[in-house]
Design a protein around this ligand. Structure first.
Ligand code: ATP
Length: 501
């Protein structure tokens, strides 16, 4: 059990916090913390299913289900009770907003603060964070975080001991660790149980199964996606400066303790701004392979919630998962869609932006952030200032040499790595982005295949590719105005060119 969480909880109690709010999904772990810090004999629980309940056994107490307002009124009016006691209210988010409940909680909180003989602390445990405005001043939030390596090791040890996995060794443990990070204790338990039921033991081989389920669990969080991708730096044609830069960061991240001893700053992340379809996403995906870490993609659109405080809570939740899963790459795609309104009337966005910036500024964990954007014009200048990202790169349409490299990548993927690409084709594809080139290769390969089916005995050559290129409307033509504007903006910016060697 994380000593940090227990310590924070104890401190809140020591300073007479009237209401402690624990926003968590992992009720077993929460109960464990409460139990360890205050001891179950001094706890009275209420939940919407069984009403007044024995905290340890979860047995209902009393004949009838006592409504929350009546339950709290009884507690409040129990004048003679002066010992310490803790009232755990579980999942009351749907009823906390009624006048009776708000008022009695307010009265209890005030009494806890001003009457030294009244030692009742309210602990709200809920998977949803919802605090009525009237109660905000009395509430402190306990951040449960995610299990750290020590806790994960204890959970593994319990499973190994209970199930008698004799062959489980340190190598298995080390290989499973990254897959189990960023999951709640409850989820880790489930994963370890599933490993047991799938092959009767626990070993590094269970990593694949755990990663498969973890993908779904991370997705269920609604704020992040765990991306499994085959892309490597070899899948990227051109962008040599950026690729070399990432290789250096990979070396630092893979030798972090030694790097820190040598006073090398922990890399924070990189901001990649550039033309559409030119390999920004590809770079984010390939970085995770290069760093040999999981890739978590943050969808800023899905962060925006309906309730007050929900969006900020979502962002905090996403960052918490990423921190727990570290070392990892956190990819924020289309960051301009999230933060371009900052500074205007959108208070939620401005608050989220502030939170994100201070997290980036203070971050010491090995969560490497890769933010990608098409347009940086409307982004707040604070985001582009040094200290947040280590570097800002700008990705232009590929030059001739890069187009050749991109052709080679896509031809190689389709079994034509030795095909010679002539200059005419390279000149004809001026203004094409990587996605256009991929589509030219796709169509040419398909064309040859179909002709062969028809008995025409065709082979793929540079001139077949040229034919397809001539019939392709490149991004520079289809979106001429936007691309011209972007070229101009990049030329005027101070961002580092991703392409120059
Ligand atoms: P957007 O801004 O539209 O999201 P992006 O810059 O993130 O674009 P990617 O998703 O990385 O673009 O690229 C789209 C597709 O184009 C890739 O799947 C890849 O096949 C191809 N592609 C783009 N750039 C390159 C490149 N430099 N090398 C190889 N393939 C590329």
């Amino acid at each position: 059990m994380s000593a940090r969480v227990q310590l924070d909880f104890q401190k809140m109690i020591d300073v007479n916090t009237p209401i402690i709010y624990i926003h968590a999904y992992d009720f077993v772990r929460v109960d464990d913390v409460i139990n360890k810090v205050v001891g179950s004999s001094r706890i009275i629980e209420w939940n919407p299913i069984t009403g007044r309940t024995n905290f340890s056994t979860k047995e209902p107490q009393g004949e009838e289900l006592l409504p929350l307002d009546a339950f709290l009124r009884d507690i409040y009016l129990d004048e003679f009770f002066t010992n310490d006691r803790y009232i755990v209210l579980r999942d009351i988010q749907d009823i906390i907003d009624t006048t009776e409940i708000k008022t009695v909680l307010q009265l209890m909180a005030l009494r806890r603060l001003y009457d030294p003989t009244y030692n009742t602390t309210v602990i709200i445990v809920s998977s949803v964070q919802k605090v009525p405005t009237e109660l905000k001043q009395f509430v402190s939030f306990l951040d449960m975080g995610y299990p750290d390596e020590d806790e994960i090791n204890s959970l593994i040890d319990e499973h190994v001991e209970v199930n008698g996995y004799d062959s489980f060794n340190d190598d298995d443990r080390q290989k499973l660790m990254p897959s189990l990070k960023g999951l709640t204790a409850f989820e880790i338990d489930r994963m370890l149980d599933m490993a047991m039921s799938s092959n009767g033991t626990l070993s590094a081989e269970d990593r694949e199964m755990i990663n498969r389920h973890k993908k779904q669990m991370v997705k269920n969080s609604g704020v992040l996606e765990l991306i499994d991708t085959p892309e490597s730096l070899d899948s990227i044609g051109g962008l040599d400066t950026l690729k070399n830069y990432l290789k250096i960061k990979a070396k630092v991240l893979q030798h972090l303790p030694e790097a820190q001893n040598a006073h090398v700053t922990v890399p924070k992340g990189v901001f990649i701004i550039g033309m559409p379809g030119c390999g920004k996403s590809l770079c984010a995906k390939a970085s995770a392979a290069l760093f040999d870490t999981p890739l978590l993609k943050m969808d800023m659109g899905s962060m925006m919630g309906k309730y007050v405080g929900e969006s900020e809570a979502n962002l905090r939740h996403a960052i918490k998962i990423a921190e727990a899963a570290a070392p990892c790459v956190l990819w924020i795609d289309e960051i301009e869609k999230a933060f371009s309104g900052v500074g205007g009337n959108n208070d939620i966005m401005t608050r989220m932006f502030g939170y994100f910036l201070s997290w980036m500024q203070d971050k010491t964990s090995s969560v490497y952030v890769i933010a990608t954007a098409n347009n940086a014009d409307n982004l707040p200048p604070e985001l582009k200032r040094k200290g947040r990202f280590d570097e800002i790169f700008c990705v232009n349409l590929p030059n001739e040499k890069e187009r050749e490299a991109i052709f080679k990548v896509h031809l190689g993927k389709r079994g034509h790595k030795d095909l010679k690409i002539d200059n005419v084709l390279l000149k004809a594809t001026d203004g094409f982005n990587g996605a256009d080139i991929e589509s030219v290769v796709n169509e040419a390969v398909e064309d040859v295949f179909v002709k062969n089916l028809d008995g025409k005995n065709d082979t793929l050559t540079s001139s077949v590719l040229l034919d397809k290129a001539k019939n392709t409307i490149s991004i520079s033509k289809s979106c001429k105005k936007q691309i011209d504007n972007m070229k101009k903006a990049f030329a005027e910016s101070n961002f580092k060119d991703a392409s120059k060697v």
